[in-house]
Write a protein that binds this ligand. Sequence first.
Ligand SMILES: [Zn+2]
Ligand SMILES: [Zn+2]
Length: 115
Amino acid sequence: MPVPKEIQSDEKEVRVLWSDGHRSVYTNKGLRAECPCALCKGERGIMGELYMQPTRASIPEDVRVVNHTLVGRYAIAFSWSDGHQTGIYPFDYLAGLCECKECRDRKVADREREM
Ligand SMILES: [Zn+2]
Ligand SMILES: [Zn+2]
């Protein structure tokens, strides 16, 4: 499992250099929208019903990362300019969200294979 070696963020995007040499790029809003915390994704009850609505619609257009901290050896916690900071992104989840051309092309290919 690759781990992040370098994390950079600016007003547009977040860039992660992984230990395997891959360079991931994420748009700020895209990464914020994929926040895996219960508040953002909503929580599902035992029957799978959504009893807490996601707050995705309220994400500001110009949201950006203001701080990030490593959580143990498996995840990164981002603090966002909209005050949100409960999202913890496990490395494998973060790697799966990569928006670089290489990863996007691979995801398209995977989808085509499934069809
Ligand atoms: Zn969240
Ligand atoms: Zn990638």
